[in-house]
Design a protein. Structure first.
Ligand SMILES: CC(C)(COP(=O)(O)OP(=O)(O)OC[C@H]1O[C@@H](n2cnc3c(N)ncnc32)[C@H](O)[C@@H]1OP(=O)(O)O)[C@@H](O)C(=O)NCCC(=O)NCCSC(=O)C[C@H](O)C(=O)O
Ligand SMILES: [Mg+2]
Length: 285
């Protein structure tokens, strides 16, 4: 099983050369160069050129490099997608997608040059999660969902606290839709940069929901996010015990076995192998 951990995905404005340079040495798994909300209208073209140059220059090591374009219906979106189709980052993220038709239009503009990720951040998209996920799977391999909880709060008029009561059903449904179609799924950002306790609490909630990782806005958030999404020593020991038990020839023909007093099935073996792969990735970092 090939596992590509995406525990931490750090956004930065593509128009901020200092941040982009710093990202080449930060311990995040994904770097997202933003052309959308973090970039002012009068510097959109410069930011696009900077993102294309950053993709061409490389130097991001094992970090995945994703560029968030402007939506195709904005004055910049089509040119962004054309430039990114030529530049070929590891994925292109597009904002404010409402339905499967919008996914298809962005995918057509990208013409298969890079995996397509979409922001789940409009009220309409919540009622079409499965349709959007299916359209992404149709568009090609490596598709993904990224939650945009700031825009969602704005559209809904919601005031979510740290544990985001207004969103909880939607977060779970987004993860389920993504998993149903084999997509990457990343949680939204936590705006209170200096609130370490609140951030840790929200990361733990994101792990509970089954997200692959969380999107971040500041380097200060990376270490805690990686820690939350990396299996701890107990989880690693438990995963090793499961793998060892199923590797025992005495259990070769069994679907369910007893390990350290607990019932374990082969579905737990897949989870254990994933946990070990993430732990190995973290250790190699
Ligand atoms: C939020 C910020 C504007 C804060 O900036 P600032 O106060 O200037 O940061 P610091 O002084 O604390 O910075 C310390 C050093 O760290 C570097 N830095 C800061 N942020 C980043 C970053 N994101 N990536 C890389 N490096 C970063 C600074 O350059 C300093 O370095 P040094 O010079 O060596 O001291 C700022 O953090 C920021 O711009 N964050 C990202 C904003 C962004 O991209 N927003 C768009 C995505 S979020 C979103 O839209 C969510 C979604 O769509 C939704 O709807 O929810
Ligand atoms: Mg947004």
């Amino acid at each position: 099983m090939a596992v590509r951990p995406r525990r931490s995905a750090l956004y930065m404005p593509a128009s901020n050369p200092r941040a982009v340079e710093k990202a080449r040495a930060l311990d995040c798994d994904v770097v997202i160069l933003d052309l959308e909300d973090a970039v002012a209208p009068d510097v959109k073209a410069d930011a696009r050129a900077a993102a294309v140059a950053a993709v061409a220059a490389g130097g991001f090591g094992r970090r995945e490099l994703v560029v968030r374009a402007n939506g195709i219906d904005t004055p910049w979106g089509f040119d962004d997608l054309a430039a990114l189709a030529a530049a070929r980052p590891d994925a292109v993220l597009v904002p404010k997608v409402d339905d499967g038709a919008a996914v298809a239009r962005h995918a057509a503009a990208l013409a298969g040059a890079a995996p397509l990720w979409v922001m789940i951040e409009t009220a309409r998209s919540i009622f079409r999660l499965e349709e959007i996920a299916a359209a992404l799977a149709d568009a090609g391999p490596g598709g993904g969902f990224v939650l945009g909880t700031n825009d969602l709060a704005k559209e809904m008029g919601a005031r979510p606290g740290t544990l985001r009561a207004p969103f909880q059903g939607m977060l779970g449904m987004a993860v389920a839709a993504a998993r149903a179609h084999g997509l990457v799924v990343l949680d939204g950002v936590f705006n209170a940069i200096d609130d370490d306790a609140g951030f840790a609490e929200q990361c733990a909630q994101a792990v509970e929901f089954g997200f692959d990782g969380k999107t971040l806005i500041h380097p200060r958030q990376i270490a805690a996010c990686n820690a939350a999404f990396t299996p701890d020593a107990d989880a690693v020991a438990w995963a090793r015990a499961i793998v060892a038990a199923f590797a025992d020839p005495a259990n070769a023909a069994k679907g369910a076995i007893r390990v350290e007093g607990r019932m374990v099935e082969r579905l737990h073996l897949a989870q254990a192998e994933r946990d070990l792969a993430v732990a190995e990735w973290a250790a190699a970092g």
